[in-house]
Write a protein that binds this ligand. Structure first.
Ligand SMILES: [Fe+2]
Length: 233
């Protein structure tokens, strides 16, 4: 995994820092607890925990810009009142210029983002300092071929691990995979640590072969190449 060319991977934080100035993270799914409440789980104010984590990261990295790589909210359609309250509290407390790449969960958000002074881009993404940033429900635009690296959220990549007693648990992972577009793709784990995810075997796109992926745990340990991880579990 590259540590050069202006990319710093903040492994355990599930975020990256570009050129020492732009903090990038995604898949916050603000409002997730509304969904979990319907299943009987009583969690509140997850957005405040993520806001505190984001503010801490901005403070530690001294970044002067924040880019959220999509799925800032959890519901797929228009935002609920509760989500709007949480989103507003989140965005109005971010002290740096912020941009949102709209994900497939970010329906009905554009006008609200504009009213909070937040810039946004479509899911297909844009070039930011020679890195191409997008949300993976869309294929990157043609210009992505000139990027040093493609960086995206969306897949919620995880690995299912089975222990000796047969208990299966999921670990969030980072994935780096070559693409047919030219540059490699770096998939970020979800910033929201309560989200479920897709096992690596369930990730499929036409423009990369997941079988060529390298997989890293969130502490930065290289877990292995796809084939090794899938074969040996
Ligand atoms: Fe997501």
């Amino acid at each position: 995994m590259p540590g050069d060319f202006g990319l710093e991977i903040l492994w355990e934080d599930c975020a990256v820092l570009l050129n020492k100035s732009i903090l990038v993270l995604g898949d916050l799914h603000i409002g997730l607890e509304g969904d979990l409440a319907r299943s009987g789980y009583r969690l509140i104010r997850l957005h405040r925990k993520m806001l505190a984590k984001t503010l801490d990261l901005l403070d530690r990295t001294k970044a002067d810009k924040l880019v959220l790589l999509g799925d800032v909210k959890h519901s797929i359609g228009n935002p609920t009142d509760n989500e709007l309250y949480q989103l507003e509290e989140f965005f109005l407390n971010i002290p740096v210029k912020t941009k949102v790449v709209l994900g497939n969960h970010d329906g009905g958000l554009k006008d609200y983002l504009a009213s909070w002074g937040i810039d946004f881009s479509p899911s297909a993404g844009y070039m930011e300092d020679e890195f191409y940033l997008f949300h993976g429900n869309a294929k990157p635009r043609e210009e992505a071929k000139d990027a040093k690296l493609l960086i995206a959220c969306h897949w919620h990549p995880t690995v299912r691990i089975k222990d000796k007693r047969g208990v299966i648990y999921q670990e969030r992972v980072w994935i780096r995979v070559p693409t047919t577009l030219g540059p490699d793709l770096l998939m970020l784990p979800t910033f929201n640590d309560l989200l479920g995810g897709a096992d690596i075997e369930d990730i499929h796109e036409t423009w990369f072969r997941i079988e060529e992926a390298e997989i890293f745990l969130t502490d930065g340990v290289f877990l292995g190449k796809y084939e090794d991880v899938v074969t040996h579990r």
